[in-house]
Structure formats: structure tokens, C-alpha cells
Ligand binder design. Structure first.
Ligand code: SAM
Length: 186
């Protein structure tokens, strides 16, 4: 199990384990930023001989997150570029163009309740059919720290998401069909 030390996301091992267990062929990621989360997923594919690929999309809206070139250089440095196609694409353009199919989706675009709900609305049929969504946030504590207000926890039952971490700021959650999966990664 190898990936960069994120410094904040202590749940990267859960992301790694989930990809290792689910063996997704097609992963879509929104918000790689500088690339830690993509590398964790790509290493899970590589180290478990999974025949999967990651389409990773970002708009690099803040220079804190670098640029496409800087993120790509991180993938190269970790020898995982073969597993990843990195593109500049806005989540809302993806929605407008009808969304693409995926087995596993990682979502991390400065998440708010509104963005998670928007995502859920456009992928709920895929989730019903077995696709899994993993997103940053979801805990009560996280709602106290979001840039754009809280409210994620209030839609927990409506969306049926499961919090994968403790009640901490840097939390992570997943939405999946519980009639298909019995996932426990905590
Ligand atoms: C919190 S960072 C992601 C952190 C990253 N996953 C990591 O491993 O540290 C959020 C990222 O979402 C991107 N982003 C924000 N809005 C977006 C949108 N509408 N579509 C695609 N990416 C977006 C930002 O440019 C930024 O790189």
C-alpha cells in the first residue's frame, strides 16, 4: 500500500481499500487537485493487478491546487500515469453532456450539500445498478468547516450515504446500493 502522505485526508487508506475490494474497471474522479487521491486509487489498481482506468477531471480553479501540468508530473513521479487520463473539465459540463458511465466515482470539488445533491440526482440510476460514489465530507463536523456552508449531514438519509470515518472535519462518505454491497471499511 503506497501513496503520498496527504497531511489532511487520513482516510486515504479507506479509498485505497475500497478500490482494491471493488475492482472497478472505470473510475471517474472530479477534483484531483494536486493528485493525492488519484495516486491512491491508481496504486490500488496497480498493486492489486486490477485492469482499471481513471478518468480524472479538474478545473484547477485555485493556484493552491497547481495546474494540469503539475498534477500530471505527480502521476509521473509515482509511476501511475498509465492508469490515469487527466483532463480539464468542469463537473457541470460533464452533467450537461449527459455524464459518462462509471463503476466507481470519487468526488471532491470543494464539496457542499448542493454539489453532492446535484451529483446524486444525475447518477442515482447508476448507483442503483451497482456503481459506487465516494465523496469527501459527510460528517456533522465537516458541516462546520465548509467554505460555502454546511447542510450535507441534513441530506444524509435522503441520499442514503454512509459515513466512512469518525465525526471529524476531514471525513469521507460513500453512496451505494446496499442490496448489492455490504461494505465495511471503517
Ligand atoms: C479540495 S480540492 C481536491 C483535493 C484532492 N483530491 C487531494 O487529493 O488533495 C478541490 C479541487 O476541485 C477542483 N474543482 C472545483 N470546482 C470544480 C468543478 N466544478 N469541476 C471540476 N473540478 C473542480 C478544484 O480546482 C480543486 O483542484
Amino acid at each position: 500500500m503506497s501513496y503520498p502522505d496527504h497531511g489532511k485526508y487520513e482516510w486515504l487508506p479507506i479509498l485505497y481499500d475500497m478500490v482494491s475490494e471493488l475492482k472497478p474497471k472505470k473510475i471517474v474522479e472530479f477534483g484531483p487537485g494536486s493528485g493525492c487521491t488519484t495516486i491512491a486509487m491508481a496504486k490500488a489498481l496497480d498493486e492489486n493487478n486490477i485492469d482499471g482506468h481513471i478518468k480524472s477531471y479538474d478545473i484547477w480553479d485555485d493556484k493552491y491546487w497547481g495546474s494540469r501540468g503539475v498534477t500530471q508530473a505527480e502521476y509521473d513521479a509515482w509511476s501511475v500515469s498509465n492508469y490515469i487520463t487527466l483532463e480539464q473539465l468542469d463537473f457541470y459540463s460533464w452533467v450537461k453532456n449527459g455524464c459518462e458511465n462509471f463503476d466507481f466515482l470519487y468526488f471532491d470539488i470543494n464539496n457542499t450539500a448542493e454539489k453532492i445533491e446535484n451529483l446524486y440526482d444525475v447518477v442515482k440510476n447508476q448507483i442503483k445498478n451497482g456503481s459506487v460514489v465516494f465523496f469527501e465530507g459527510g460528517s456533522k463536523e465537516r458541516d462546520l468547516h465548509g467554505h460555502n456552508g454546511g447542510g450535507m449531514y441534513e441530506i444524509k438519509d435522503k441520499l442514503g450515504y454512509k459515513i466512512l470515518t469518525g465525526n471529524v472535519k476531514y471525513s469521507a462518505s460513500a453512496i451505494y446500493n446496499t442490496e448489492i454491497y455490504n461494505l465495511d471499511f471503517s
